[in-house]
Design a protein around this ligand. Sequence first.
Ligand code: SF4
Ligand code: SF4
Length: 361
Amino acid sequence: MQADCVECGLCSRDCAFLQEKGSPKIIATAWQEQGPSSLLPYECSLCRLCTAVCPKGLDPSAMFLAMRRELALAGQVRFPEHRPMKRYEALGRSAWFSWYSLPKGCETVLFPGCSFSGSRPGVVAQLFDFLDEIIPGLGLVLDCCSKPSHDLGHQADFDLAFGQLRQILLEQGVRRVIVLCPNCDRMWREYGQEIECVNAYEILAEHWPAAGSHPARKQVVVHDSCALRFDKQTQDNVRLLLDRSGCTVQESAAERRKTYCCGEGGSVPFLRPDLAEQWSRKSVAGVKGLLVVTYCAGCVNFIGRKVEACHVLDQLFEPGAGGRPVKAPRTYWNRYRLKRLFRRRPQTGQCGTRQQLSTLR
Ligand code: SF4
Ligand code: SF4
């Protein structure tokens, strides 16, 4: 970074964090010469907008994640402000909320993730039934991908938790995971190893009925997830699905590769809510009163505080119902209800909590 960054300023044009701290070259030099700063890497949202715009092909976001890992490894930093994230993750893996329904011969599972399950349990059930028609023997896994630990730089915690999840599935014969959450998507693609990761929007785009006539088409703006800013296929699939559900997508200046973080990224709100707020404001500027549709439940919650927002799967399965931010404890109650719903369904194979299915205890 020190040798290659030419300090062109492109990455700091939209990033208040870099405007405050200086170019990635300045930051890297100070880190090396003056020693680590414990707060600094936790002020970056890890949104990779800098990576998307850098003309030298540099990845400042990866540098900030590496700095977090360096601090965590040296045992230098565990901010008490991050405890809620760690608790959230641990609860997702706990016997209270984890659940595996794996029919006999199951090779593919739906992995809806904590955030979506907590805000839209009814949509998860409908999506599962839709996919089950296409993929006989589909399983369901309610568990946490442990991205909070990953992004906090607690790589050892992440490796242990994600490794256990992957091992359970491999032992049960699962070879494919269908995800909807952009964060789960990134974790499964990067760390899933033998387990293939498929995006639900890809399957839906192939099988969702073609558009009928929609006399009153709804004008919407898409907020692309920063976690999938480089995934053009998913971005296209989401737009295709919106078209089929009777929406017309208005293009916006900050979309796809150039999308903004909704404000939630990198757990920045816990330590620098002002920086998180700047991203939130940017991501809704230019919306012009239109409905904002995204494909990340976390983004709906954040953006939905400022403008009307919903998830693309709301548009498909419960048009007109979604959109309001859903908060704890409601999210936990929803996840508990979802688990109970699947527990009560007839089981033909293996089922249980993470703890019951794990041989790595
Ligand atoms: S865009 Fe790339 S080259 Fe330009 S200042 Fe940022 S990191 Fe350096
Ligand atoms: S990852 Fe996002 S928040 Fe972090 S430096 Fe890059 S643009 Fe700024």
